[in-house]
Design a protein. Structure first.
Lengths: 273, 83
């Protein structure tokens, strides 16, 4: 007897299962639901193990085994099913789809998965998810991808994949000698230095840049980190960074400065003795 | 939405996790890790080689029984698998 025949025998309710192309089987185990329920609008047949006889439970076992092992059916906890539906819907939205399409095959595979996870966290934040949920999601990313995952999550939340990393790729790839390796080398620096760095993105005023750099220097020094890196791209940002760095040098003459600049992409390292 | 998410799945409530595992001859050890009934020293593994507890258990996909964890990156990887 096929799983379908077994299900029909078990359900014994007045519906014509052959007429339903797609329906889910939902299994619960409580004393509040009915033994068997058919939720027509959602096309769900719900079976309550708590209220089934041992032989009926055995039938459910066979149905589930057969659908998973032979029909390659996914067996998934309801809450996780809702979460992957949400992720799928977000990733097909106009807000996220173009960004993911842009970075696919440009960054390492694990980083790409971490970016997808970080974008989901950003979406949950946008929809006012509570702080505990956001922290848990971030921990899940760090749990899987370590410090690198955390950096990607932070950079993504701050919008740097759109406002800094993508424009850097655009500028670098315009060079006739460009190879993705060149971009990855730079991208790697951004990810690995996230905790110690200031990222200057489009639209930041000189005062805002100065303030951010000073705050980062103060914070790093407080914890014994004697280096601050500044990243920026675009003619205006490069000029602003250079001006601010000159001013800082006047204030702290012992500070060592290393500047690398090419194609309007700048990286400045400030070292403190 | 992905076609495979539109219908035809088997879903279960968290309260049915132990029963679902028993359908596949699995149970849990004293630390709540999922194990093979036939060999209680054998903890099951996810495709990433991680052991998983019943709390982390999100489901099973056919393969040689692919166990799915409920953390965000694992659910994203599952989405790729079913697409």
């Amino acid at each position: 007897m096929s799983w379908f025949e077994k299900l029909k025998e078990l359900v014994k309710i007045n519906i014509n299962l052959e007429n339903i192309r797609f329906f889910d089987i939902h299994i619960n185990n409580n004393n509040t639901s009915d033994r068997v329920e058919y939720r027509q609008p959602e096309k769900i047949i719900s079976l309550n193990l708590e209220k089934l006889t041992p032989s009926e439970r055995e039938q459910v076992k066979q149905i589930v085994q057969e659908k998973v092992r032979q029909d390659d059916q996914l067996l998934i906890e309801k809450n996780s099913q809702e979460r992957i539906k949400d992720i799928d819907s977000e990733e097909n939205s106009d807000r996220i789809k173009p960004l993911l399409a842009y970075f696919k095959n440009k960054i390492p595979k694990d980083d790409y998965t971490a970016l997808r996870a970080a974008l989901h966290v950003r979406e949950r934040f946008r929809r006012h998810a509570n702080k505990e949920e956001i922290l848990n999601l971030r921990e899940e990313i760090t749990g899987k991808f370590g410090k690198r995952g955390r950096s990607i999550s932070i950079l993504c939340s701050a919008g740097y994949f759109e406002s800094l990393i993508k424009p850097i790729y655009e500028i670098m790839s315009a060079d006739p000698d460009f190879s993705n390796k060149d971009f990855l080398a730079y991208y790697d620096v951004i990810i690995s230095e996230e905790a110690f760095a200031v990222f200057v993105s489009e639209g930041m005023t000189k005062d805002a840049v100065r303030h951010q750099i000073k705050m980062k220097i103060q914070k790093n020094l407080k914890y014994g980190i004697k280096v601050v890196t500044i990243h920026g791209m675009g003619r205006t940002n490069v000029e602003t960074i250079n001006e601010v760095v000159r001013e800082l040098q006047d204030e702290t003459p012992t500070m060592l400065i290393t500047i690398s600049e090419k194609n309007n992409i700048i990286k400045v390292q400030l070292k403190f003795t | 939405m992905t076609t495979k998410l539109r219908g035809g799945m088997i879903t279960f409530e968290a309260s049915a996790k132990r029963e679902i595992l028993s359908f596949f001859d699995k149970s849990t050890d004293e630390e709540d890790y999922i194990i093979e009934d036939a060999d209680p020293t054998q903890r099951v593994l996810t495709p990433s080689g991680e052991e998983l507890t019943i709390d982390e258990f999100a489901g099973i996909k056919k393969g040689s029984e692919i166990f799915i964890k409920s953390d965000l990156p694992s659910l994203i990887e599952l989405l790729d698998m079913i697409n």
